[in-house]
Write a protein that binds this ligand. Sequence first.
Ligand code: SAM
Length: 239
Amino acid sequence: MRVDIVSIFPEYFSPLELSLIGKARASGLLDIAVHDLRTWTSDVHRTVDDTPYGGGPGMVMRPEPWAGALDAVTRPDSLLVVPSPVGTPFTQAAAHELATAPHLVFACGRYEGIDQRVLDDAATRMPVREVSLGDYVLFGGEVAVIVIMEAVTRLLPGVLGNADSLTEESHAAGLLEAPVYTKPAQWRGHEVPAVLRSGDHGRIARWRREQSLLRTAARRPDLLAGYPPERLDKHDRAA
Ligand code: SAM
């Protein structure tokens, strides 16, 4: 996968050189380029913002630098991702959709956001996804891009050592994961549940399933309400 990120703070993206994203880049599974939006300014101050039409507080990102940037980095198969608090919520399903794209372009907003015409114009040439990390407001889109890239990169074939991790984790099948434990079996008076030490794989799977349902019911009833009833068996209903 090729990824181009446009931002006024390219230095924000050094975490994308670390850990499994760094390894995916080194192995050629992922090719990321970060661009400074100010490259596409034409004035001596390298201005990227101006006052909002209609008045109000703050500044808005001007369309011309964004036009130069997107004209330079997009391709016929690009998908443009614009992090924004007005976007649709970023979910695991959205991560799966982005993970199938051959080319992602991220446009990082700052100030009060990007002039709407940049998105409208781009949408005449490529799919555009405005995605929100949640119902709160960040300073800029950079951190959102790092979050999205973490979620997407994990899904690329060959990135995770054990692909089963992807099917047995929270949000893979619409539920939260059961609690996890490692050694020692006793720690500060807390004991690892005996079933996990039993070696009985059937009982362990049943226990995990029950814990997953109970956790989801307690913490995310919205997820459970949307869970397809046909995926619940008689043991699930009893739990
Ligand atoms: N004026 C905008 C509004 O009220 O919707 C907020 C702009 S915010 C200060 C600046 C930039 O941060 C946005 O353009 C976007 O790129 C990013 N941002 C802020 N909150 C976000 C969120 N919840 N999800 C994704 N990106 C966000």
